[in-house]
Design a protein around this ligand. Structure first.
Ligand code: FUL
Length: 482
């Protein structure tokens, strides 16, 4: 049955697996979990979307210490930070030459501060990647809506951010787009923006309104059951992202789930007639609080540890990257409730994936040999060089782990070699509780960059993974048992 269906898709499968990530996308996916920092005049006006007419005088984070933001991120297990250098209100957290609406006219460090610089340096020091968010929508700029004049302005600001602050790993362009102070909407010259980023920071991914990283489609931390990285090329259109994005500031939107019609983006059925395909992996973005910016009335609404653990396992462990927002207070510090919760999350991640029990297991597979003559033991090493792949046309693979002494395992981590695209369509996991025989504990679909499967936590002597369908042939790079 499986086999017949797979053959039916033979030509399609070959097309699908020919779509692979760029080097910058591979590196980006390896970041897995990183943070957003939403900070601007909104923090002082208690709004989510600023109007653009705020006075820079109100901005004074007198206790700001970017290093403490960096340390908190490291504690949380994050591998990077993205700063809202300019949100929709147009206020710049660096002293841009091209506007007076910036930190240089604020009391912060008597107008001598530069938060982009402070944070980029803190990130470097603490081993974090640094990314910039530069809102295309600008409610302050008088030239917003003018066409080329605004594009020039945006390019100038982008150039400052991409040349003065070291390596940038992601350039995040929001889909939210409205009118400027003159009541006009800007028609963005996206291709020009993309070309500038490629020229100045070729390693950076163009996220959300760009062709490298896809917005997951909600702001509530909800992840699709089957998240594919190969989708229709039409999905990379920034106009589509804008259409799906928030049209007005609303808490309801932030809680909204994925539109069910957008549940299946990359299945064979959905892609079979698509003329053009793209590698466009998903990013799950959400805030640790109800809002993206700090509001004192939300101090007791910081997400629970249980909720964050669940989101981590489903997003990082569901073939998406996780972008979790934190929001400093007026004085520039993070609230103790958030700092505590982030440290708890980091402890959970470090503790949960500390010891790989696969290291002490015997591993066998069917087929026994891959198409390069390799055996299955290469999957012990988390590297794309030591992957296991049956010959093309063999869409099934069984991997067996046995332990002489029982082990207690809570999670199974599976990774595909994404250099060969994303292939696995279906798999099942079975546990053997102390020699009593194999019992199915998980019925799964996709793997992709990474899948985390929750196991029973009981003492087991055996574990079996049965891949029952894959595009052309599965290519597994790593299996970990924790
Ligand atoms: C949305 C924005 O409108 C929100 O304010 C926030 O920046 C979020 C990450 O993206 O589109």
């Amino acid at each position: 049955m499986e086999r017949r269906m797979s053959y039916e898709y033979e030509e399609l499968d070959k097309r699908l697996v020919s779509i692979v990530p760029s080097k910058r996308q591979v590196e980006y996916q390896e970041r897995e979990f990183y943070g957003f920092i939403h900070f601007t005049v909104n923090t002082y006006t208690n709004r989510e979307w600023g109007l653009g007419d705020e006075s820079p005088e109100i901005f004074n984070p007198y206790n700001l210490d970017a290093e403490s933001w960096g340390k908190t991120a490291v504690c949380a297990g994050m591998r990077g930070l993205i700063l809202t250098c300019k949100h929709h209100d147009g206020f710049c957290l660096w002293p841009s030459k091209y506007t007076e609406h910036s930190i240089k006219n604020s009391p912060y460090k008597d107008g001598k501060g530069d938060i982009v610089k402070e944070l980029s340096e803190a990130c470097k020091k603490h081993g974090l990647k640094f990314g910039v968010y530069l809102s295309p929508w600008d409610r302050n700029s008088a030239v917003y809506g003018s066409g080329k004049e605004y594009d020039d302005y945006y390019i100038n600001q982008m150039t400052e951010l991409l040349t003065n602050y070291g390596d940038i790993y992601t350039f995040w362009m929001d889909g939210a787009c409205g009118e400027g102070p003159n009541g006009k909407k800007q028609v963005y010259d996206w291709e020009r923006y993309y070309a500038k980023v490629r020229e100045l920071q070729p390693e950076a991914v163009l996220s959300i309104s760009g062709p490298d990283v896809r917005w997951c489609g909600n702001e509530a931390g909800i992840v699709r059951k089957s998240e594919w990285s190969v989708v229709s090329k039409a999905m990379t259109s920034p106009a589509l992202t804008a259409e799906l994005s928030q049209q007005e500031d609303s808490e309801e939107f932030r809680k909204r789930a994925i539109d069910p019609t957008k549940e299946e983006l990359g299945s064979r059925e959905v892609l079979k007639d698509e003329p053009e395909l793209a590698w466009f992996p998903a990013e799950t973005d959400l805030s640790i609080r109800p809002g993206w910016f700090y509001h004192p009335e939300e101090d007791d609404k910081v997400r629970s540890l249980e909720n964050l653990k669940d989101i981590y396992l489903k997003s990082v462990g569901g073939n998406t990257a996780l972008l979790l927002n934190i929001c400093p207070m007026k004085d520039g510090c993070l609230h103790e409730n958030d700092v505590k919760r982030l440290a708890e999350l980091g402890d959970f991640i470090r503790e949960s994936f500390k010891e790989n029990l696969a290291d002490k297991a015997d591993i066998t597979s069917l087929p026994e040999k891959g198409d390069r003559g390799e055996d299955i033991t290469g999957i012990r090493t988390d590297s794309y060089e030591t992957y296991f792949k049956p010959e093309d046309g063999h869409r099934e693979l069984s991997i067996n782990f046995t332990w002489k002494e029982g082990v207690k395992a809570a999670y199974l981590v599976l990774k595909e070699n994404i250099l060969l695209s994303q292939r696995v369509e279906k798999f099942k996991v079975y546990e053997d509780v102390k020699g009593e025989g194999l019992v199915e504990v998980y019925d799964g679909t996709v793997i992709g960059y990474k899948r985390i499967v929750k196991l029973s936590g009981k003492e087991i002597t055996g574990l079996k993974i049965d891949i029952t369908d894959a595009r052309v042939a599965p290519a597994i790079s790593f299996v970990g048992v924790y």
